[in-house]
Design a protein. Structure first.
Length: 236
């Protein structure tokens, strides 16, 4: 059973302004991490391609199919042999340790804009605690942007189940779908759609046409995306 009591939260007070919609309705933004805020998805594709060559799953486009899902889900679904699971996880951790995380274009600017306008934000990532410790080392400022950080080892159900995003919305005190989910994977936009909020698809790793059926809007990059443009996506 997963522990939902250790959500990393920051109790800032949201002041009036762009952080409220007409009728004083509070709204917020729920972010995915890899491929949305940090430049890592292409490297993960290469890593999982290599792992799939070493430990074949016979799943076509394996690296693309698993994007957005938790490591626990990947191992349980595709590697039934316990010894193989251990070896795959060890191989992944070995490769992750070599990675250097950097912000994607427009990501930091958007986070700064949301913070400036007191728009509450949360991060929901399929990553585990080990990966997040690496992230905080490479980008020590990233935690300041989020009032809640929810990781893959805190949820029972992997994307496309909306559990993580619903937990993120609840942690911000948001209701009635008054949030925007920002995602780049097919599993992620499906989870965002199922959560009841608006969805901004970021077509950095997948074609826009793949994300569009489950997104309210699709962008190639976060450059030019603002708090105001995100607020307009929410259905009132």
């Amino acid at each position: 059973m997963k522990n939902h009591d250790n959500i990393d939260t920051h109790d800032d007070v949201c002041t009036p302004g762009i952080a409220e919609m007409p009728g004083d309705v509070r709204w917020g933004v729920l972010f995915d991490l890899d491929g949305v805020l940090i430049d890592s998805e292409h490297e993960y594709t290469r890593i999982w391609d290599r792992i799939n060559q070493e430990f074949p799953t016979d799943v076509p486009n394996f690296a693309e199919r698993i994007k957005g899902t938790t490591l626990e889900n990947i191992l349980a679904t595709h590697y039934p042999d316990p010894e193989t699971r251990k070896r795959v996880e060890a191989r992944l951790l070995e490769e992750e340790a070599k990675m250097v995380y950097t912000y994607l274009p427009g990501a930091k600017e958007l986070l700064d804009d949301l913070k400036h306008h007191n728009v509450p934000t949360a991060l929901f990532t399929s990553s585990n605690g080990i990966k997040m410790a690496h992230l905080y080392k490479d980008l020590p400022d990233i935690r300041q942007y989020f009032r809640a950080i929810i990781t893959g080892d805190m949820v029972r159900h992997s994307k496309p189940d909306p559990e993580g995003y619903l937990m993120a919305a609840k942690s911000l005190g948001l209701t009635d779908g008054h949030w925007v989910v920002v995602e780049d994977s097919l599993q992620g936009v499906k989870a965002g759609e199922a959560s009841g909020g608006a969805v901004l698809g970021v077509a950095g790793t997948l074609p826009p046409l793949t994300l569009a059926p489950h997104s309210d809007e699709v962008t190639d990059t976060l450059q030019g995306v603002t708090a105001e443009s995100l607020r307009k996506l929410i259905k009132t």
